[in-house]
Design a protein around this ligand. Structure first.
Ligand SMILES: Cc1cc2nc3c(=O)[nH]c(=O)nc-3n(C[C@H](O)[C@H](O)[C@H](O)COP(=O)(O)OP(=O)(O)OC[C@H]3O[C@@H](n4cnc5c(N)ncnc54)[C@H](O)[C@@H]3O)c2cc1C
Length: 571
């Protein structure tokens, strides 16, 4: 049951206490399949239920306003790679975590990503081949809301059909734009080959985007893993508005410290929830390292300076953050088949909303990142490789993502944008605390474009995006770019990049897995925190490097395997 009020919670002692998460609900669901196991999920944010923007795919962007009630309202530290700019950094303050407000793009990443995780951790269980069944386990392939003919747009053999998370192709089309994208893969096949399913482990090329949408509505870890059939379990409790500060009640177990409880603030009072078996942190790439540091798990010198007693000296906590960064190129177009035909026309907007309300069809089932994406590599002779060896995990993995978005400048007119993402960054950032106050806002440094490699590579990516639009398919369609990037010299282009790069919101690595016995890393390959008993991290923060993909699919499989690892230990 989901509780809004701590006073209604039947108890404060459970077998497992899980903190937050997209991943946390997965773990809670799987552990409570055993009726004799009890689980409490503590979530700082509010319920996802009844929030229209969290249900209607087309309105998802509305949730990302930096000052909104459903966001942690984070701002980065001044980014040296962005000329000292600070940027707002979206993180959901909602049940279901970021799966309740994200762009819904469903991409698993490359086989090479997971094979690198296996290599870095020394655990074959993280390899693509062994993780693949977990992708199927999470997924329920669902026909798109418009029931269009999907032949050739995905490969049914590599999708799950019975999992909690609905995945589908877009249920609304932008035919004029889409036809030209596909035509470009035929006209420039060397640079932009068509990929019939980017979720096969071989994502390179351009293809149809799959989204976590079912029957026209967002599918999230809250709607999927806490669906009525699960949340009614008497052994599964979720408490909202429970902001966890730190782990408490340290004892010793077989020579290791063990925390017996999780301290949280509800209203103005502090409470402790006790876990008899394990505490599982699923508070995400910012929340998880913050709770670890608040609890005395981190770099001894830093903790000492803040007056926090060290429980375990683990200098990697909060370090090693890797994230994607994006740059948008926008053109006016000679077509009215763009999102502006709805966003800038109140009558059509209201009609679309009515249509969604009555039938879960129409433009409002469209997720705004678009219906197509490309996954591309730097050229083999790129000057970026003179600065740094190739950071991608292999030749089957991308350096770039390009999202083809049928909208643009936020001014009257019709536009398209190519959103170019740098998805194999060299830069590494951090999440830190600046005070002994566990509720103080953490210092968030994604280190965008901190490495010269990332700047040169992203410039090459932008040129690839421009090349895409040189195909004959775009003749007569494209108007003027909103910013004439092509007319700038390289120095001006770099200034423009640094001034306009956008957050990727895909941070991972701040509680990274590493091999057992390694001198760095935060968790072992079984996701147990190094040097501590009864504590695991199960969320995106354990991924050692950001995959060449949007990160929710990887988060779901970390959670599914993580739940199995917990079960294996206790049965
Ligand atoms: C704006 C945005 C758009 C995105 N778009 C996509 C996309 O289109 N496709 C995709 O695949 N991925 C996308 N992602 C990334 C993806 O959603 C995340 O990588 C994934 O959801 C992370 O899951 P998690 O479990 O690690 O953490 P989160 O989802 O961040 O969950 C952490 C949860 O813990 C709670 N929490 C944190 N601290 C505390 C605390 N101290 N006490 C109690 N609760 C706490 C939070 O409120 C939150 O609910 C996007 C992310 C963002 C932010």
């Amino acid at each position: 049951k989901v509780y809004e009020d701590v006073a209604d919670l039947p108890r404060l002692r459970y077998d497992y206490v899980v903190v937050g998460g997209t991943a946390g609900n997965v773990v809670a669901n799987r552990l409570t399949e055993n009726p004799s196991v009890s689980v409490l999920v503590l979530e700082a944010g509010v319920s996802n239920e009844g929030i229209v923007d969290a249900e209607v795919p087309f309105l998802g962007n509305d949730l990302l306003t930096p000052t909104g009630p459903y966001s942690w309202n984070y701002t980065t530290t001044p980014q040296t790679g962005l000329n000292g700019r600070t940027i707002s950094y979206a993180r959901a303050y909602l049940l279901g975590g970021c799966s309740s407000h994200n762009g819904m793009v469903y991409t698993r990443g490359a086989k090479d990503d997971f094979d690198r995780y296996a290599k870095l951790t020394g655990d074959e269980g993280w390899s693509w081949d062994q993780i693949f069944p977990y992708f199927l386990k999470t997924e329920k392939w669902t026909p798109p809301a418009d029931h269009h003919d999907t032949r050739g747009q995905f490969n049914p053999r590599i999708h799950g059909t019975a999992g909690p998370i609905s995945v589908s192709l877009s249920g609304f089309q932008w035919p004029d734009f889409q036809r030209r994208i596909i035509q470009t893969t035929e006209e420039l096949p060397h640079d932009f080959p068509f990929n019939s399913d980017m979720n096969s482990g071989q994502p390179l090329g351009v293809g149809w985007v799959q989204s976590t949408i079912g029957h026209g509505e967002r599918s999230s870890s809250a709607t999927g893993y806490l669906a009525p059939g699960y949340i009614q379990r008497t052994n599964l409790d979720v408490l909202l508005h429970a902001h966890v500060s730190k782990l408490v009640n340290v004892t010793q177990q077989q020579g290791k410290p063990r925390f017996g409880g999780v301290q949280f603030r509800y209203g103005t009072s502090l409470f402790v929830a006790e876990a008899s078996k394990e505490i599982i942190l699923s508070a995400g790439s910012i929340g998880t390292p913050q709770i670890l540091l608040n609890s005395g798990i981190g770099d001894h010198n830093t903790l000492h300076a803040l007056g926090i007693p060290t429980v375990v000296d683990l200098p990697s906590v909060g370090q090693n953050a890797s994230d994607h960064s994006y740059f948008a190129l926008t053109w006016a177009v000679n077509s009215n088949d763009t999102m502006e035909s709805i966003t800038q026309n109140a009558t059509r907007f209201n009609e679309a909303f009515d249509q969604w309300n009555t039938s879960r069809t129409g433009p409002f089932v469209f997720a705004t990142p678009g219906t197509h994406a490309g996954w591309l590599r730097l050229s083999a002779d790129s000057p970026a490789f003179e600065i740094h060896p190739d950071p991608s995990p292999g030749y089957g993995a991308p350096h770039f993502e390009v999202l083809f978005v049928p909208s643009g400048a936020g001014v009257p007119g019709h536009f398209i944008s190519l959103l170019m993402g740098m998805v194999s960054p060299v830069s590494r950032g951090s999440v830190a605390i600046s005070s002994g106050d566990p509720f103080a806002v953490p210092l968030l440094d994604p280190a965008y474009l901190a490495s010269e490699f990332d700047v040169i590579a992203l410039l090459e990516g932008v040129k690839l995006a421009q090349k895409f639009l040189t195909a004959p398919a775009w003749q007569g369609y494209l108007g003027a770019p909103t910013v004439d990037f092509a007319a700038m010299n390289t120095t001006e282009q770099v200034v423009n990049l640094r001034a306009n790069v956008l957050s990727g919101s895909h941070m991972v690595g701040t509680a990274s897995m590493s091999a057992r016995g390694a001198k760095y890393g935060v968790v072992d390959p079984d996701l147990k925190v190094k040097g501590i008993a009864g504590l695991r991290v199960i969320d995106a923060s354990v991924l050692p490097t950001v995959p060449g993909a949007h990160t929710q699919a990887a988060t779901y499989v970390v959670a599914e395997r993580g739940a199995d690892l917990v079960k294996q230990m206790w049965t």
